[in-house]
Design a protein around this ligand. Structure first.
Ligand code: PLP
Length: 503
C-alpha cells in the first residue's frame, strides 16, 4: 500500500491489484476528503507530477483524476496556478454512476461494445468547454433544429467524406440518437411513400428486424453468403427497401463483394428502391483495405446511417443519416415528430471534437488496442478450441465462431451463464436455422479476461457437446440483456395481475 501526505495532513492510500483502477481510487479518496472537509475550500493540491511521483503512479492517473473532479465541480484550476479545492464544492456528491455496480457476469462477451474506459473524457470535456465558451452559445440553447445543428452536420459530413468515401453534405444530413432511431425514421418515411415490405440480411441483426416490424412494415429475409447479400434473391421479392451492412456484415463479418454492390445499386435504381446502409463499425479494420460506402456511389438511392456507438460510446446516443434529396425534409419532419430534435450541446461538442482532431486521435488509439485484443482472442480460440471455425476477424469489434453441427446454442449460453460468463448466440439474428454459432465481442475486455473467458468457454462447450439434452432458457430469441430483463419484468407483472384478477 502506497501512502502520501499533502496539505492538511491528508493521507491517500492506493491498493494495487484490486478491482478498482488506481485512477478511480485516487478520484474516490480525493472526493471523499473534500466531502468530509478533510480538504478544505481553496486548499492547493500538489502538481500532478509531484503527486504522481509521491504515489508511484503515472502522471496520467493523477491528471485524469483531477480532470474528473474538475468536471464534477470539486476542484478549480486556472492557467499557471495550482489546482485547488473549489470554494463551493457541489452540495451533494456528483451522480455516483459506479456507486452501485449492477451485478453482472464476470466475463461479458457482448458483441460490438467498445471499451468505454478509454472514452476520451478530457478531450471531450475540453470540446464541451470550448462550445460553452462561444459568446453567442445562447442562440444554440433554444429548441433544436430537428435536422440537427448545422455546424455539427457540416463537421460530420466532412468527416464521413474524408474517412468513409461518402458524398455527404450538410443539407442532406439529419442527426438522430443512433442507428436504432435512424432506422425507425427511415421506416416512417418509407411507409409514408407507400412501401410495405423491407428486405433484411439473413443472418442479420435481430433487433433491427423487430424495429422494422414495429414500424408497421413487413420483413423479408434474404440469405447472405461469402460475398454478402444474395442480390439475385431480391428480384423475386416485392420490397421497396433493403437493409444491408456492406462494409462488415452483421453478424458474419463478410465484406460485400464489388459485383454484389454494383448489382444491389442497379436493383435499387431499376425499382426506385432505397438501400438502407448500416455503416456501424467500419472504422475498425485490422487486416484489410478500407471498404467505401454504397452512399458514395449512389446518393439518391441510399439512406446511410452511422453513429458514435462503436467509435466513442453507445451511451452518447448520437447518430446521423445521409438521405437522398427527395427524402430529407420528410426525415427531418419524422425526427421533429419523434422528439423535437437531438440535444444540441452534444452535437456541437462532437463537431468540435471532430474538427479539433480528437476523434482521429481517439480512433488511432482504439484501433491499436482492439487489434491486440482481437489477436488475443484469435490466439485463445486456436489454443482452447483448435477445431473451431472462426469468421469475421479482419474488422469490427466481434467475431463469429461456428459450433459443431448439432450443438444446442441455447444450452451452451445457459452453461456459460452458470459460470458467470455471458456469451451471445447467432440464433436471435437468424431467420432460418443454419447451425449454431457464437458471437464474441473482444473490444471491451482486457487480454487476460479474453484468455480466461475463452478457456471457460471451451469447458462449457465440452459439457454441451452435440446431442446433449437441450436446456431451454427463457426468452432466448431476445439477444439484448436489457430488453430480456424488461420483457421478463413485464411478463411477471402480467402474471401477477392475472393472478389478482382470478382471486
Ligand atoms: C449491426 C449494428 N448496427 C448498428 C448498431 C448501432 O446502433 P446504435 O447506433 O443505435 O447504438 C449496432 C449496435 O450494436 C449494430 O450491432
Amino acid at each position: 500500500m502506497k501512502r502520501t501526505t499533502f496539505p492538511g495532513e491528508l493521507l491517500v492510500s492506493l491498493r494495487r491489484g484490486e478491482g478498482q483502477s488506481l485512477r478511480e481510487q485516487l478520484e474516490g479518496e480525493l472526493r471523499t476528503a473534500i466531502q468530509r472537509g478533510r480538504l478544505t475550500c481553496g486548499a492547493a493540491l500538489p502538481s500532478s507530477r509531484a503527486l504522481a511521483a509521491d504515489l508511484g503512479v503515472s502522471r496520467g492517473v493523477v491528471v485524469l483524476a483531477y480532470d474528473q473532479l474538475l468536471a464534477e465541480g470539486y476542484l478549480v484550476a486556472s492557467r499557471g496556478s495550482a489546482t485547488r479545492v473549489a470554494s463551493r464544492p457541489p452540495a451533494r456528491p456528483a451522480i455516483g454512476v459506479t456507486d452501485e455496480p449492477a451485478a453482472g457476469p464476470r466475463y461479458d462477451f457482448r458483441p460490438g461494445l467498445p471499451d468505454t474506459s478509454i472514452f476520451p473524457r478530457r478531450a471531450w470535456l475540453s470540446s464541451l468547454r470550448r462550445v460553452l465558451a462561444v459568446p453567442d452559445v445562447e442562440t444554440a440553447l433554444g429548441y433544436p433544429d430537428p435536422q440537427g445543428a448545422r455546424p455539427a452536420r457540416l463537421a460530420i459530413a466532412a468527416y464521413l467524406n474524408r474517412t468513409r468515401g461518402t458524398v455527404a453534405r450538410a443539407e442532406r444530413t439529419v442527426l438522430c440518437t443512433g442507428f436504432a432511431q435512424g432506422l425507425r425514421l427511415v421506416c416512417d418515411v418509407l411507409r409514408q411513400r407507400g412501401v410495405t415490405r423491407v428486405a433484411v440480411e439473413d443472418p442479420g441483426h435481430g433487433g433491427q428486424r423487430a424495429d422494422i416490424a414495429a414500424m408497421g412494415l413487413r420483413v423479408s429475409s434474404v440469405p447472405v453468403d461469402d460475398s454478402g447479400l444474395r442480390v439475385d434473391r431480391l428480384t423475386r421479392l416485392n420490397v421497396g427497401a433493403v437493409l444491408v451492412t456492406p462494409a462488415h456484415q452483421f453478424p458474419t463479418g463478410v465484406v460485400m463483394a464489388p459485383r454484389r454492390r454494383q448489382a444491389l445499386l442497379e436493383w435499387a435504381s431499376r425499382h426506385d428502391a432505397i438501400v438502407i446502409e448500416d455503416d456501424y463499425d467500419a472504422e475498425f479494420r485490422f487486416d484489410r483495405e478500407p471498404v467505401g460506402t454504397l452512399q458514395g456511389l449512389a446518393e439518391d438511392h441510399v439512406a446511410y446511417i452511422g453513429s458514435t456507438s462503436k467509435t466513442l460510446a453507445p451511451a452518447l446516443r448520437i447518430g446521423w443519416l445521409l438521405m437522398p434529396r427527395r427524402l430529407v425534409d420528410r426525415t427531418a419532419l419524422a425526427k421533429l415528430h419523434a422528439d423535437h430534435g437531438s440535444p444540441t450541446l452534444d452535437q456541437l461538442t462532437l463537431a468540435e471534437f471532430i474538427t479539433s482532431g480528437g476523434l482521429d486521435r481517439h480512433l488511432r488509439k482504439a484501433r491499436l488496442l482492439y487489434r491486440r485484443r482481437r489477436d488475443a482472442m484469435v490466439a485463445a480460440l486456436q489454443s482452447h478450441l483448435p477445431a473451431s471455425k472462426v469468421r469475421g476477424v479482419a474488422a469490427g469489434l466481434h467475431l463469429m465462431v461456428a459450433l459443431p453441427a448439432g450443438t444446442d446454442e441455447d444450452a451452451v449460453l445457459a452453461a456459460a451463464e452458470q459460470r458467470s460468463m455471458r456469451i451471445y448466440g447467432v440464433g436471435p439474428h437468424r431467420a432460418r436455422d443454419a447451425g449454431a454459432a457464437l458471437l464474441l465481442g473482444y473490444a471491451s475486455l482486457p487480454e487476460a479476461d479474453i484468455r480466461a473467458g475463452v478457456a471457460l468457454l471451451a469447458s462449457c462447450l465440452a459439457d454441451k457437446a452435440p446431442g446433449t439434452k437441450p436446456r431451454p432458457i427463457a426468452l432466448t430469441r431476445i439477444w439484448d440483456p436489457a430488453e430480456r430483463r424488461l420483457l421478463a419484468g413485464i411478463a411477471a407483472e402480467a402474471s401477477i395481475g392475472g393472478e389478482r384478477q382470478r382471486r
